[in-house]
Write a protein that binds this ligand. Structure first.
Ligand code: ZN
Length: 261
């Protein structure tokens, strides 16, 4: 099928190997379960990558072939190498979409994108979560009628220390009374960012058909449109100016000089 959206699902792949309950829910790892939910859409071409692979499975060539990167991390944020973080950020600025899931609010990549602490309040009590659609016309909420529920969820509550989102597409209510901006979008450089709250690993959240639908919708929304942004800060030489130009005054740089100004 031509022009399929190329998705890479990245998972830290730690608790599903160390915790018996998580392993029972996700015997093939959370990243594979998330990938299978996305692959139900034939318009998506889905691969996975994990922390344990060389360069965390996010080599230059794999990222170059990724239109949307989905990220799930929790226990091993600090183990993600800075060189990989920089590489992922560079691709986002060029135009790759980035979907941060659940505890990835504290991932290095998401925190760098936001520029804030990304702190929130939380409670692990298996309580019910109801996610309200804030924008029924949005690509990410397509197919959801007003709200959907997750029977057992970890609570995330406000204040959520993020920059004001471009759009809040879901707002969560929890059985204990808290609310949370659980589906938020931003743009950074040429890349579209979506944060989606559900996904605590001790509950089978990524088997929920509504969660899977939202993730498929989000990939369609986050996919790049048009050309990549060439983010290399090039020099436009005097002789190539669109209007004839004579240099005036002193100059710090030699004509044609590359690199940092
Ligand atoms: Zn959690």
């Amino acid at each position: 099928m031509p022009n399929r959206i190329r998705v890479t699902v990245w998972g830290e792949n730690v608790h599903e190997r160390k915790n018996a309950i998580v392993r029972e829910i996700y015997p093939e790892g959370m990243h594979n379960c998330i990938a299978q939910g996305l692959a139900e859409d034939r318009a998506l071409s889905v691969r996975t990558a994990t922390l344990q692979q060389t360069q965390h499975g996010l080599t230059k060539s794999i990222l170059a072939e990724t239109d949307v990167l989905v990220w799930w991390g929790h226990a091993a944020h600090a183990k993600v190498r800075e060189a990989v973080v920089e590489r992922v950020l560079g691709r986002i600025w060029e135009g790759m979409g980035f979907i941060a899931l659940h505890s990835s609010h504290y991932s290095k990549v998401f925190k760098r994108l936001m520029g804030t602490s990304c702190s929130l309040t939380w409670r692990e009590a298996g309580e019910r979560e109801r996610l309200w659609v804030c924008n029924p016309g949005h690509r990410i909420t397509r197919g959801i009628d007003r709200c959907f529920e997750i029977e057992n969820a970890e609570m995330y509550g406000e204040p959520f220390a993020i920059p004001t989102p471009d759009e809040v597409v879901f707002l969560s209510w929890f059985e204990g009374g808290e609310v949370f901006r659980s589906g938020c979008t931003w743009k950074r450089g040429n890349g579209k960012i979506f944060y989606f709250r559900p996904g605590h690993e001790i509950y089978p959240v990524y088997l929920n058909p509504f969660v899977r639908l939202v993730l498929r919708n989000a990939v369609h929304w986050a996919a790049p449109e048009g050309q990549n942004w060439i983010d290399s800060c090039p020099n436009n030489p005097i002789e190539e100016a669109h209007e004839k130009l004579v240099a005036k005054g002193p100059r710090l740089h030699k004509e044609g000089e590359k690199g940092f100004r």
